[in-house]
Ligand binder design. Sequence first.
Ligand SMILES: *Cc1c(COP(=O)(O)O)cnc(C)c1O
Length: 354
Amino acid sequence: MRQIVGGGVEVAPVVKSDAYRHGAVEVSRILANEGARWFCVSNPEEGIQLRESGIAGRLLVMADFLPFERKTLLEFGLTPVIHTLGEVPEWDRIAREREEPAFYHLKVDTGMGRLGTRAAAAEIIDVIQANRWARLEGLMTHLASPGEFSTTQTTDQVREFQLMREALELSGVRPVYVHLSSTVPVAYRNAAAWGNMVRPGLSIYGYVPAVKGSAPERALTVEPALTWKAAVLSVKEVPAGAPIGYGALYRPGQPARIAVIAAGYADGLPCQLSNRGSVIANGKIVPMIGAVSMDMTTIDLTTCPDIKPGDAVTLIGAEGDVKIDAQDIATLAGTIPYSILCSIHPRVRRVYVS
Ligand SMILES: *Cc1c(COP(=O)(O)O)cnc(C)c1O
């Protein structure tokens, strides 16, 4: 990501939702060692967890906190994103009481229609200038459809943002950071959308979201960071026609060798993979058969007889030339890779290899 944006643009990796379930503390430590100075999280709990585990960098809390959490945010050195102008005087009051400026990033809604102020520039400038203890450090927005290359939504949002930025500048309001981009505008080198800070999330974990329309050539090449394996619990032979699992969703046409693996929907394996998903066993793709259950899934090992209980199969990852990634699973399940990764339950033990 750094090579693409160059030295003048701060890369602030997004480690919200426990680093898309890769483990926020470990991921942030690695990123800090690689020189990351800013980390983006969603809420105070996530920020506090990183602070308490020794992450010394700046922590931007992008989404959900409530008025009663303002003081806590400051006590832990977390930097809030403010979405409504009414918040600014509140932060100003707390900062004055603490006799310490409270730095914040202001989010403007340029067309995402989610968080962010929709106030006009003049009103924003008045509020910023009337509240000097609360100190505007960053101006940001979020793009709704960065991967949609057949509409003008992204360029419209970028233009809205630039107009706001210029209006602020004319009044002498110059935030240190201006930022708009998640993964896609970096991966596809849309430099107009970078400002001087970018907030990549999914790409940190080795994925670039699918895009639509006539996209330029992708600048970024990444490999999935995470491999997901499950243990084989049992292997057995069943006769042709034997019903497999809840609802007898599958009956093999011939005698089959089946295995039960220790991963189910409680671990984050989508139910939509019932009778449709695959795993890698001994370097071969083999099908899931029957329903994905809460803690177990059945696979057909007929083509791969040498697997035994205790062996591992790969749900996400590569064995030799054979690969399954979160995008493949998302496509089968009718969802997005974000959702597949974020659904991997905490009970699935994380093992960090370097
Ligand atoms: C989650 C998030 C990002 C990161 O998005 P990716 O598509 O994962 O790169 C960036 N900015 C904001 C405001 C977000 O909520």
